[in-house]
Design a protein around this ligand. Structure first.
Ligand code: GDP
Length: 676
């Protein structure tokens, strides 16, 4: 029996593929996507159905129950988690949501929780947190009070990312926006040639001479619809951006040379795209070559879970020749189809916000940044902040060097008027005034200086806690080994370690040393790298160090497995080693008003530091273990006192110190546990 493709049928009937898929889906038909096929007799029934009656009405009927079932929202959530989150918050009125920063003053927290400050202070005290109205409490305390008061707590994203409030969009105002596409694939498979071919054949030439400029991205128009291409091919840039919290790509085009087939970087690219949950379209390139073997490529793709649509799967594959410029229209059409199915939307009416994709200092024009608008519309005269840099838009230029009066969602645009050069991956947003821009930029500058990358990194030793507190439900691993056999053995054994509480997913695996690209992927996905008989190269080592990525190296498979098991069971919790700092002998004691008993001491060894942990030893027996609360030399508060000096030591919650006692101070140092 003949079969008809759904998208072709939809085209014929003048409705969108998305609507057609939804219609069939509601009928209970098993359709995966627009590339799926239906038997001809079914197609005939569909034709009758749509042609005979009022199509609009039909569609309204079929769409309504889907909205109720929430399926549409789920889809949007996947493509744009942040905006969907905010929609959720708005839609469920009975759920109170509060966004909390890393630290907050009691006054601000009271306002957010709509509580009287006195009441809040009491609640905090019940938790053992003593804080006055102008004092600052940390996230954990604030969260606990808020949760008890019935709030759903969301952590405020790091300032460099787009905050929850900022991303809040009005669901009513969402309009379709062009997809943003990145080209990935193995070196020499034709990524650059393909990007250039599309640019040169599709960018509308203008009277200005049609000179296209490299600004980091360009847009083409196909069948009246736009597609945005990011100009830096390869997964390195893609993952680097993602690691910075800026996932801008909507669709990945995986270029595979038909004469060469799937190569190591192809596999990396597949895994990077999958980790980013971005749909993949495969462009089988160099099909002009006599040695081209597209079927072999398709066969190989199936081994990586990408089953071509004409083989019954749902991965769109297109044969192209970037060199001869063949198959490009088909590829672009497929991009539009996938975009339609994914239903990318944004609100063009709000103040603009976006991501910096390239930035440089231009001799004549000053700092120039190419930004990709994600929400809203940017206009000259807007006050802006990009990363920690403020500015005012002096001019907007497109990829043909033409001045624009405005730039809407998914438009890449060069912005002139920033006071300094921001970094690629920084957010970019419009604020209300020059002062607001300056203040926000300064605040971020400060934050960046104090930002501690490590604090948010998942390491094996804190896995157990993070699983228990619910912040980690999936352990993402990158597995590298010396030979394919070991990779396979390790991957399959690791996957079996999953428990009810934590899934184990290997987001990338391969043979060879650990590279910077592996570290970037771990960074972007909050993953851990396991190396078996391999080592990180210098660049990878440096990047891992800088980003706080946990790399575990093993030479025996069961040791690697044991280590992960131990981590999941909390047996890898950090252990502490005590380090003695100093000893002081108590010579006499004084009562000091408001402070309590102070011990006049002589430092016998090491040094005594303020706030150090301390124990009191009397006749070789530890009678108190606590902390130094005050430290003085004569009348002055000091930070530390060295051997041979006299000082006054106050101990927290201990008044019973006597002459002859020894005060010993110490510190606890974390001992990293590794099994190799
Ligand atoms: P990249 O490293 O993936 O960006 O690959 P390039 O775009 O630099 O292409 C690598 C080489 O393959 C160049 O010599 C291109 O001319 C050649 N090439 C790219 N696309 C095609 C194609 O469709 N057919 C043929 N025959 N050669 C191609």
């Amino acid at each position: 029996m003949q079969k008809t493709r759904i998208y072709e049928l939809a085209k014929e009937l003048g409705i969108s593929s998305k609507e057609m898929v939804e219609f069939l889906d509601d009928l209970g038909a098993d359709v995966r996507n627009h590339m799926s096929t239906v038997d001809d007799d079914v197609a005939e029934l569909i034709r009758e159905h749509f042609q005979g009656e009022d199509v609009e009405e039909q569609l309204e009927e079929t769409k309504a129950p889907r909205r109720r079932s929430g399926k549409r929202r789920q889809k949007r959530q996947r493509t744009n988690a942040a905006s969907a989150q905010s929609q959720d918050a708005q839609s469920s009125e009975d759920e109170k949501v509060v966004v909390l920063p890393k630290t907050i003053t009691v006054r601000e927290l009271a306002e957010k929780l709509k509580m009287r400050p006195a009441e809040l202070i009491k609640k905090l005290m019940e938790l053992g947190v003593m804080a006055g109205i102008n004092q600052v409490v940390d996230f954990t305390a604030a969260e606990e009070v808020a949760t008890k008061a019935g709030f759903l707590v969301l952590p405020e994203e790091a300032e460099t990312k787009i905050g929850f409030d900022k991303m809040a969009v009005d669901a009513e105002k969402l309009e379709p926006r062009p997809p943003v596409v990145t080209i990935l694939g193995h070196v020499d498979h034709g990524k650059t040639t393909l990007l250039d071919a599309i640019r040169q054949t599709k960018v509308t030439e203008t009277e200005a001479g049609g000179i296209t400029q490299h600004i980091g991205a360009y847009q083409v128009e196909v069948q009246g619809k736009k597609i945005t291409f990011l100009d830096t091919p390869g997964h390195e840039a893609f993952t680097e951006m993602r690691a910075r919290g800026a996932q801008v790509t909507d669709i990945a085009i995986l270029v595979v040379a038909a004469d060469d087939g799937i190569m190591p970087q192809t596999v990396e690219a597949i895994n990077h795209a999958k980790a980013a949950k971005v749909p993949i379209i495969v462009a089988i390139n160099k099909s002009d070559k006599p040695t081209a073997n597209p079927d072999r490529v398709k066969q190989q793709l199936t081994e990586y879970g990408l089953v071509p649509d004409d083989w019954g799967g749902d991965t769109v594959t297109v044969n192209v020749s970037a060199l001869k410029r063949e198959g490009l229209d088909n590829l672009l059409e497929m991009i539009l189809l996938v975009a339609e199915m994914e239903d990318f939307r944004a609100d063009p009416y709000r103040p603009a916000l976006g991501t910096v994709i390239e930035a440089e200092l231009d001799k004549g024009r000053g700092p120039v940044a190419t930004v990709l608008i994600r929400q809203g519309t940017l206009k000259p005269g807007d006050y802006i902040v990009s990363g920690a840099v403020a500015g005012k838009v002096r001019a907007l230029l497109d990829h043909r060097g033409q001045r624009l009066n405005s730039a809407g969602p998914s438009t890449p645009v060069q912005v002139l008027g920033l006071f300094d050069v921001p970094e690629a991956g920084d957010t970019f947003e419009v604020v209300g005034s020059a002062k607001e821009a300056k203040d926000l930029a300064e605040k971020r500058q400060q934050e960046r200086q104090t930002e501690d990358w490590r604090s948010t990194r998942l390491t094996l030793s804190d896995l157990y806690h993070r699983v228990k507190e619910g912040s980690v439900k999936e352990l993402r691993l990158i597995v590298k080994a010396d030979v394919q056999g070991s990779v396979e053995a390790l991957v399959s054994s690791l996957q079996k370690l999953a428990t009810d509480e934590v899934r184990v997913s290997v987001i990338h695996s391969g043979t060879g040393g650990i590279t910077e690209s592996d570290v970037n992927l771990a960074d972007a996905s909050d993953g851990i790298i396991i190396g078996f008989n391999v080592r990180p190269d210098a660049a990878a080592r440096r990047a891992a160090e800088q980003k706080g990525i946990d790399i575990r190296l093993h030479r025996v498979i069961y040791e690697a497995l044991d280590e992960i098991t131990a981590a999941m069971e909390g047996l890898l919790e950090p252990t502490y080693k005590e380090v003695e700092l100093g000893q002081a002998e108590v010579r006499e004691t004084f009562k000091v008003p408001k402070v309590g008993v102070v011990a006049g001491c002589y430092v016998k060894s090491g040094k005594i530091t303020r706030n150090a942990k301390a124990r009191v030893i009397r006749d070789n027996v530890v009678i108190f273990d606590g902390q130094v609360s005050s430290l003085r030399r004569f009348k002055d508060d000091v930070r530390e006192v060295g051997t041979g000096y006299e000082c006054g030591i106050g101990l927290e919650n201990f008044q019973d110190v006597k002459p002859g006692d020894i005060i010993e101070t110490y510190a606890l140092e974390e001992v990293k546990r590794t099994l190799n």
